[in-house]
Each structure stands twice: as structure tokens, then as C-alpha cells.
Write a protein that binds this ligand. Sequence first.
Ligand SMILES: [Zn+2]
Ligand SMILES: [Zn+2]
Length: 243
Amino acid sequence: MRKIISSLEYLIWQRECLCCGREIPDAAQKFCQSCWSNLQRNVSSVYCRRCGANTGVYLSAGGLKNCESCKNEGFAFDTIIRVGAYDGLLRKIILELKNNDSQHINMLRGIIRSALEQAGIKGQIDYLVPVPLHWTKRLVRGFNQSKTISELLTDFAAVNDCLVRTRATKKQVGLSPEARRKNVAGAFAIRKDHEIQGKTVCLVDDIKTTGATLNECAAVLKSAGAAKVYAAVLAVAGNSDSI
Ligand SMILES: [Zn+2]
Ligand SMILES: [Zn+2]
């Protein structure tokens, strides 16, 4: 019975754009034309390679080391790779990730892969390292979305669960940048018997806001001897976004 209800819901759901609710003439499509165009505009290679913020084409092409918004910030990761800004359809798809729905996950496959390809890291990394959840949170949620994203990328590198969250942290939502940094300080460690000395790794997470979590993870990887740490995320949010 539950199966029948969920397939009915699926049919109803398919007639409306998942993002804006507008009716779609073609039931096989999940988003209206306007939302797809929005996604195409959002998914571009023009962003600051240091913090992931939107930048002008000039900065991106000029290979400058930082943009205006990150010039006073220090990051332990070397370069960030992102799909887009945390906005519009991309935001909607990411929010749906918490349901672990395979259709949504498959929508992300192409766009995250092309972000990594455009960044030219194919063949450059030894491991993909998902940002871990504390085991208590994983138990409640049933999965780690960062690992789900990593598993879309296994032909770039093997997924390595070398990082562990050693204590449960408060949600970062609503915390100031400084409070976010403190909240995750010392919360990660490398598992025993995971050798990352001299390796180039790519941290994987869903969203970067201030970068506090990625920074903490990258610092742990670096102090365990990682030669280079990339960070790959689906979206970069403004520091003030309430996520
Ligand atoms: Zn729409
Ligand atoms: Zn920047």
C-alpha cells in the first residue's frame, strides 16, 4: 500500500516543477525551463578558487590568489571546487538530499562531475575524503550525504573514510563565523591505520558557508601529512545564509 501511495505521489509530483511548482507540459521533466536555465547560469566555472565566492570573469581568468571577500581569511585547504552558489534550483536539490532520494542524487552526478573536470583534478588526487558525521547523527539520519556525493565520483579517486568526527558538534546554523570555528575545533581526527602521508586528497561536503568545517578537516589532514588538500562542495553559501 505504501508503495502504491508513493508512486501516486510521484506521478502528481512530476507534473509540477520541483523548484517553483509551475506546471510542466512534459511529465518526464522535473523542472520547468526557467528553473533549468537558472541552474545553468548558476553552474559556472567563474568563482574564487580559494573561497568559492562568485567573482567576475576577470579575477577567475587572471588566476589571482583571492577575491575581495577572502583576502583576510586563511584556509587550510589549498583550492575549492564548487558546483554553484547555494541558491535557486541547486539549493532545492541539495535540501532534498536529506531524503536520500536516488533521483535527486542522480541529478547531481553530472554537475558535480563536470565541476571537478573543469577544475582539472582528474588524475591528480589519491583519495576522496567525505566530511564525516558523528556516529550518533549518522545513526539518526541513516547516511552521510558527503559520502553519498563522494560515491558519485569514484572514477576520480577511491573514497577513503580516514576522517572521523570524534565528538558531536552543535549545528552551525545561526552561529557567528568565530563560533562556528570554535564549534568544530578539535572535532576531527584521522582513523588508525589510514596512511595519507604525501597523498593529495579531496575533501567532499555538500555546502560551504564560512568554511570552518572544511578548514578544520583540512588542517587535520595536513598535520597527518597530506601533501595537498582540495575541497569539493556542491554549493557555496554566503556567510550570512542561515544554514
Ligand atoms: Zn520551475
Ligand atoms: Zn575568495
